[in-house]
Design a protein around this ligand. Structure first.
Ligand code: NAD
Length: 488
């Protein structure tokens, strides 16, 4: 795809060349291995330029004093712009991370809806008058941090970018967005849309580049006062270390190894469909993928047989092929990593009941494909049940009773999401409260809403995005007191 904006970075409201000593990023189509286009890359020099621009813009009267309805109108127009260019955005994402066409379309709509939601939040949430304890009027008002660095991963670039940029702008900040080096393009189109929507220059800057070259420089920069990061747990830990030194708040949405639980009394067919969708949709490259299925012994054989049949029947194909249910993984290196983790499990004695290799179809040979895989014959202690794979690999583990289930489900470093299938609502409630996870789905899975807080327990992160407090995440409260004693 040839698109002039993709050859440049976006700083101060205009397209800017990349750094001369830094090689451009290669945008590669994982479905075919073809090069889509080159994207200019930034390093520490342009990170500094962008942050200074953003800092000036954040302090400018035009942004500081813009009234909430005006800011909300810009966010709404950004949503309109995304909807107008939805085909182009969906296609860019499909070409860069290989998600199937239908899912890309849904994700653009969802990203646009996020801008609309935060337009509403921006306009309708206010300051509070706090209960006075003397002759004064006290208030709590909410101030932006100034410059926020937003750093996003490749699996769902548009939704992640919207989830950070919309609330951070609604909160009154300027943003420097660093998209993943694997999926840099949609963010550049978003910057164009923002400018056309009337966002003042410098309030949204986009810096494609690697984590080491530009991401780390942004996190270190003294004028960046808050970082919102979604990505792997190890990268998040490094960012948190820098943030601790700078005494800077961070929001970290990290990895997961989510338990998806089926009790004996569950509606088996619905549970199996959700188990399969929860791990194979997006080729398993979802932070909330239900990658550990815990199945009670009474239905274990039936669930496993149906899961294997479902996995084998899934249509793995080119992402824009009619009826394609699963595309490739996002990169060849990632596909090879997933394959090596399954191979290691096989060597360690696991039963690979479905998949466990690349597809045989000749027309998929040049792409980064891997078949939907079901792994059994393991315990929750197995490496494959403990490490985040981030691929289409489901571990199935039996359990006996509720206590056994809770012990196993919580025996993980992660705590992002979980799912429970049972007809017993009292048990559903008990289990939901006992699971160490930021989200619990009961008799549904991967149901996501912008109005409900989202984030992780334990190694899955710090902070909650989404919801009204998703805007507060990007603000700091300030107490203001008016003395009410007579002025002599
Ligand atoms: P990653 O951590 O390698 O990279 C994420 C982003 O951080 C990229 O833009 C990368 O360039 C940047 N980055 C890497 N190191 C950095 C550093 N030291 N300083 C600053 N920036 C740095 O993760 P990934 O491989 O792109 O994404 C996959 C991971 O993301 C998985 O672990 C997945 O679970 C997680 N994820 C979590 C959520 C969530 O909401 N919890 C959502 C999607 C993905």
């Amino acid at each position: 795809m040839s698109h002039p904006a993709l050859k440049k970075l976006w700083i101060g409201g205009q397209a800017v060349d990349g750094e001369t000593h830094i090689a451009p990023l290669l945008s590669i189509n994982p479905a075919t291995g073809a090069v889509n286009h080159e994207v200019a890359a930034a390093g520490a020099v342009l990170a500094d330029v962008a942050v200074r621009n953003a800092d000036d813009a954040a302090r400018s009267k035009s942004w500081r004093q813009m009234l909430p309805p005006q800011r909300a109108a810009i966010l709404s127009r950004m949503a309109d712009g995304m909807e107008r260019r939805s085909e182009e955005l969906a296609q860019l994402q499909m070409l860069e991370n290989g998600k199937v066409w239908r899912e890309c379309q849904v994700q653009v709509k969802s990203a646009a809806a996020t801008f609309r939601y935060y337009a509403g939040v921006c306009e309708t949430t206010g300051s509070e008058v706090t209960p006075a304890r003397g002759d004064y009027l006290s208030m709590s008002v909410y101030e932006p941090y100034g410059v926020v660095a937003a750093i996003t991963p490749w699996n769902s670039p548009m939704t992640m970018e919207a989830q950070k940029v919309a609330p951070a702008l609604a909160a009154g900040n300027a943003v420097v967005l660093k998209p993943s080096e694997i999926t840099p393009s949609t963010a550049l189109v978003l910057a164009e849309i923002a400018t056309q929507a009337g966002l003042p220059a410098g309030i949204l800057n986009v810096l494609p580049g690697t984590g080491a070259q530009v991401g780390a420089a942004l996190v270190e920069h003294p004028k960046v006062r808050m970082v919102s990061f979604t990505g792997g747990t190890e990268s998040g830990r490094r960012i948190a270390e820098t943030a601790a030194r700078k005494l800077m708040p961070v929001a970290l949405e990290l990895g997961g190894k989510s338990p998806h639980i089926v009790f004996n009394d569950a509606p088996v067919d619905a549970a199996v469909a959700a188990l399969a969708g929860g791990i194979f949709e997006g080729s398993g490259q979802s932070c909330v993928a239900g990658s550990r299925a815990f199945v009670q012994r009474g239905v274990y054989d039936e669930v496993v047989a149906k899961l294997v049949a479902t996995a084998r029947a899934l249509k793995v194909d080119l992402p824009d092929a009619a009826g394609a249910e699963m595309g490739p993984l996002a990169t060849f290196a990632h596909r090879d990593k997933v394959a090596s983790m399954v191979d290691a499990a096989r060597l360690a004695g696991a039963d690979i009941l479905a998949g466990g290799h690349r597809p045989d179809a000749a027309h998929l040979a040049a792409g980064a494909y891997y078949l939907p895989t079901v792994v059994a014959g393991i315990t929750n202690q197995a490496a494959i049940a403990q490490q985040e794979i981030f691929g289409p690999v489901l571990c199935v583990i039996p359990f006996d009773d509720e206590a056994d289930l809770i012990a196993q489900a919580n025996d993980t470093a992660f705590g992002l999401a979980s799912g429970v299938w049972t007809r017993d609502y009292q048990r559903a409630w008990r289990v939901a409260r006992a699971l160490e996870a930021g989200t619990v789905w009961i008799n549904t899975y991967k149901q996501l809403s912008i109005s409900t807080p989202f984030g992780g327990f334990k190694d899955s992160g710090i902070g909650r995005e989404k919801g009204i407090n998703g805007m507060r995440l990007y603000q700091q409260p300030k107490g203001v007191y008016f003395g009410m004693a007579a002025l002599s």
